[in-house]
Design a protein around this ligand. Structure first.
Ligand SMILES: Cc1cc2nc3c(=O)[nH]c(=O)nc-3n(C[C@H](O)[C@H](O)[C@H](O)COP(=O)(O)O)c2cc1C
Length: 205
């Protein structure tokens, strides 16, 4: 299938086949798509919890106002934004320059530029910026799953404060959206509903 026909094949799966599980290889491929997704300054300011534990999946459903997708799916990816941007900059510079000490001229220059950028992202602004990066990764995971003919349902209809406790996430990690993955038990209940192109796009030639 081509990318565009994959997008026609996928739909927000409400009912997963509880007997079918993803292979480790498939999970790894979807995680690779997340890892390779572009992010602002390459800082990948998010973390993904990869949940296949039945009890934890049930708790995710309970925290999603009883929506069954998390407990029925094979795996649930929970995307969290992270606000440790300063530490992230220092770690990233070491990875990007290959300089473990971060003391080379190139590393110091890069760190200076990135920290200047990070000045703009304190508190809520930083959390929102980080969440936007997580959503880019979510988009890549949605597309990769479709490519592998794995069903999914992005979900933000949940109490993410409760989900933070369920996952026992560290300080500064805020779950924002999740992605149950598995195989459909039923087809879509409705045909795709999309606004027409003239509503979504304006050509300025
Ligand atoms: C960020 C995001 C959050 C969503 N949250 C939920 C949700 O909590 N529960 C649900 O059943 N579907 C949820 N959806 C699925 C959308 O309703 C669905 O993608 C949209 O109606 C388009 O339908 P399609 O994905 O089948 O093409 C969400 C989708 C996205 C992208």
């Amino acid at each position: 299938m081509s990318f565009l026909s994959n997008l026609g094949w996928r739909f927000a799966t409400k009912k997963f086949d509880t007997d079918r599980k993803l292979t480790d290889e498939s999970v790894g491929q979807i995680l690779d798509s997340i890892r390779m997704a572009p992010t602002s300054f390459g800082l990948q300011s998010f973390h993904v919890s990869v949940v296949s534990d039945e009890d934890v999946k049930r708790k995710l459903s309970a925290a999603s106002f009883g929506q069954p997708q998390p407990s029925d799916a094979s795996h649930v990816l929970v995307f969290s934004s992270r606000t440790d941007i300063r530490d992230r900059v220092d770690s990233y510079v070491k990875i990007a320059t290959g300089d473990d000490t971060g003391s080379s001229e190139q590393a110091v220059k890069m760190a200076g530029m990135f920290h200047q950028f990070a000045d703009r992202f304190d508190g809520d602004t930083g959390r929102e910026w980080a969440a936007r990066q997580a959503y880019i990764a979510l988009g890549f995971a949605l597309a990769a799953a479709a490519e592998l003919e794995i069903d999914s349902c992005a979900m933000e209809g949940a109490d993410f404060v409760a989900i933070r406790d369920v996952l026992d996430l560290p300080e500064g990690f805020t779950p924002v959206v999740m992605l149950p993955l598995g195989y459909r038990a039923d087809g879509p209940a409705h045909p795709k509903a999309r606004f027409p192109t003239e509503d979504l796009f304006t050509e300025i030639r």
